[in-house]
Design a protein around this ligand. Structure first.
Ligand code: GRF
Length: 224
């Protein structure tokens, strides 16, 4: 039994400050998003559902996956979101992979691209194609525990507070401007799975908010 209740559980009814944009005079169109995922796709699904509830007012126009068998692809099928497989193993280089991604995103005419568990390092080519328009979700309170296995790093360091960060992507790994963070306690008896699950519940909450904030910064979405 944890020594104390997990306070992050109590936030479930919390109302994020971001409201759907009022259809302004000269009304803004809905945002078009692309999502990149390599694995389970729980963030992709949470973001898609949040967008369908207008938080933020956006459409996930395209999911790109790099693994044919990933859960994200199955979720896209279930949710009716167009999905493209761009397998990195079939690309001659990281640059070629990113060039294929850029073409897919340009074709889909998206405003923002969301890296939701994309397990490849992106090149400056992708970052420069979508300046200030590329959002990533990372399972740590950045700038702590950048890079691979952030949850394992947090457990090994013995921190009592962990969390997640949604940030803009620049050319340095996990170092772009922070948009939203959420903290969760590390409880006695936590293991990798239990801490990951607690962090992911918060990822699902902050990623849609961060996408809205990124769009607001670009003037694509009215201030809430
Ligand atoms: C998330 O924990 C995210 O922070 C990390 O990869 C994981 C993806 O999970 N970058 P899912 O595929 O969205 O379920």
């Amino acid at each position: 039994m944890p020594a104390f209740a997990d306070p992050s559980q109590q936030l479930d009814g919390f109302q994020w400050p971001l409201q759907p944009a009022e259809p302004a005079p000269g009304a803004m169109r809905r945002l078009r998003l692309a999502v990149m995922a390599s694995g389970e796709g729980s963030n992709f699904e949470a973001l898609t559902l949040a967008c369908r509830a207008d938080r933020p007012p956006a459409d996930v126009a395209l999911l790109v996956v790099n693994n044919a068998a990933c859960g994200a692809r199955e979720r896209a099928r279930r949710l009716g979101v167009p999905c493209r497989l761009i397998d990195h193993r079939l690309q001659p280089s990281r640059e070629a992979l990113d060039a294929a991604l850029i073409s897919a995103f340009q074709e889909a005419q998206v405003d923002l691209v969301v890296m939701a568990g994309w397990m490849r390092i992106v090149t400056p080519r992708l970052v420069q194609a979508f300046p200030e328009r590329l959002v990533n979700i990372h399972p740590s309170l950045l700038p702590s525990f950048r890079g691979m296995d952030a949850v394992g790093q947090a457990l090994a360091a013995g921190v009592r507070l962990a969390g997640c960060t949604a940030h803009l992507v620049n050319e340095e790994v996990d170092a772009g401007r922070i948009l939203v963070q959420a903290a969760v306690p590390v409880l006695d008896g936590d293991d990798h799975a239990s801490l990951t699950a607690r962090i992911q519940r918060q990822e699902h909450r902050i990623l849609p908010l961060a996408v809205g904030l990124a769009a607001q910064r670009l003037g694509l979405l009215a201030q809430g």
